[in-house]
Design a protein around this ligand. Sequence first.
Ligand code: GLV
Ligand code: GLV
Length: 331
Amino acid sequence: KSHSVWVSRPLFPEVLAHLAEYVDVRVETTERKHTPSELREKLADVDGAIVALSDRIDGDVIAGNRRLRVVSNLAVGYNNFDVPALTAAGILATNTPDVLNETTADYAWALLLAAARRVSSAERWLRAGHWRGSMRFDDWLGVDVHGKTLGILGMGRIGQAIARRGYGFGMPVLYHNRSRLPEDIERECRATWVQKAELLRRADHLMLVLPYNAQNHHAVGAAELALMKPTAVLVNIARGGIIDDAALAVALREGRLAAAGLDVFEGEPVVHPALRECENAVLSPHIASASADTRRAMAQLAADNLLAALGYGPNAGHPPSLLNPQVRGRA
Ligand code: GLV
Ligand code: GLV
């Protein structure tokens, strides 16, 4: 085979077998974060790579690399890529959009419902053996979800999938996005655009679905949290760093927010110790897209992107989800 590829972590065997029909495949057998120097070394003598969010692919890692033609991300978000640096080096970059929209939207609702109704802490209490005798009638009171106003900050395809589910819960939907959605999509999602401050003030519960970039760093910090209702639940399935986790822990502890459902954290896998202390936070390890069907579809799309970039398969020369099409002429 004339091309070699590196896969930075174990992947579904059937996806690896599909890759191996076309190219030589080297797969890491353990799941771990690679240092920049390890990445530089692994990428030095391959034509393509499938990497994950914890692998940071920047100008240093690819400096002087004359062989690498494509880096395929196992995620829709690609803040682990320095796309301009890849483009400048003539390296194609791809991600996995769309296949995860509905699964990720389901999970945002799972976190909202679990946090609002205290599912995690009630389960911890039960497992600890505290459920004896009779229970106070006014114990374990949560906040309602149905009929409340749902706020969505960041209204891409996942935000829209979340919004459509709001109808089933009888929830009016407000959203804020830099650009307004076309009217037909607003109608279909039954969602109304408002300014960010108005969204924070009026939402009974708020979901964050923003991409992470320098402008969105701490998009929800102490000042934004102060605008929210004390009965509100805040959900983040987007990226760590969008919320100021230290400020959120203070708001949760002081009861200035009812609860939070968080799948992503600043500096994950490390989670702010103050957040881990908050009983009213439901915390999960970045698994919003992790259904069996969807993770398999993401891996398959990442493989298809990589193979297409190297000139194989039905999409040869045209990776289905290319982030830097301006490179194509040079590849
Ligand atoms: C997961 O966080 C993704 O971006 O796919
Ligand atoms: C969440 O688990 C809560 O107790 O509010």
